[in-house]
Design a protein around this ligand. Structure first.
Ligand code: DC
Length: 223
């Protein structure tokens, strides 16, 4: 198959969806958008002005003023920004304001791989391939703790577990575009899957569904 290809990858925080999305995008030769960065950039903007991310007016003002230059992963890490992102993301007007950027990104040319919470249910309900990546909250907290330790931090597992549970609850229970698998999504539970096996399973699924072959499988296997 040729022509534009949109692959959506949704799932809860710390499920490994962004890592998978990046590898798939590389293998398929498609651009990658981590849509969580948009919500994080809005959350950061609100925090920087000293306002409350749970204030609908402040959140919308930040979303409408957002510039592409602010969507910079290096400045948007950390659980404080993650929690603020999850709060601003609950406002329908904020979600609406961020939709055109996401759609333009994939409609630009050959398609795209997008990762987030609602990319397969709301942003691209007609995407050719939808994946839903998940893992138990305990496993996700363990992975997040390991990652923070590798970066020189001293994470407390219990705190991380509680933060993830809170974020899962907020992202899943909100009224608009809640976190859930699209009915036609391929669900990958990575609790007992290594990243390599997750990538292979996802790639096989894309190939089976679209007839596309990875253009650069070796590069993605040897980062
Ligand atoms: O994927 P992440 O942890 O960087 O996302 C941060 C928050 O942004 C997440 O808790 C919920 C929100 N989000 C969303 O509501 N919809 C998306 N498509 C992506 C992220």
């Amino acid at each position: 198959m040729t022509g534009p290809l949109v692959v959506t990858i949704d799932g809860p925080a710390a499920s490994g969806k962004s890592t998978l999305a990046e590898r798939l995008a590389d293998a398929l030769g498609l651009p990658f958008l981590d849509t969580g960065l948009l919500y994080r950039a809005v959350g950061r903007r609100v925090l920087e002005t000293g306002a409350d991310p749970s204030d609908a007016k402040e959140a919308l003002a930040a979303a409408t003023a957002l510039t592409p230059g602010e969507v910079d992963a290096a400045r948007l890490r950390g659980e404080e920004i993650g929690q603020a992102a999850s709060k601003v993301a609950a406002f329908p007007a904020v979600r609406e304001a961020l939709l055109p950027f996401q759609r333009r990104f994939a409609h630009g040319g050959e398609g795209a791989v997008l990762a987030g919470r609602d990319t397969g249910t709301v942003v691209f309900p007609d995407a050719a391939v939808k994946l839903f990546v998940t893992a138990t909250v305990e496993e996700r907290a363990r992975r997040r703790s390991d990652e923070l330790r590798r970066r020189g931090g001293r994470p407390i597992y219990g705190d991380i577990l509680a933060e993830l549970r809170e974020r899962d609850r907020r992202d899943s229970e909100r009224a608009v575009a809640p976190l859930r698998a699209a009915p036609d999504a391929f669900v990958l539970d990575t609790t007992r899957l290594e990243p390599e096996a997750t990538f292979e399973a996802a790639l096989r699924h894309v190939e089976a569904l679209t007839g596309r072959r990875a253009t650069r499988p070796q590069a993605s296997r040897n980062p």
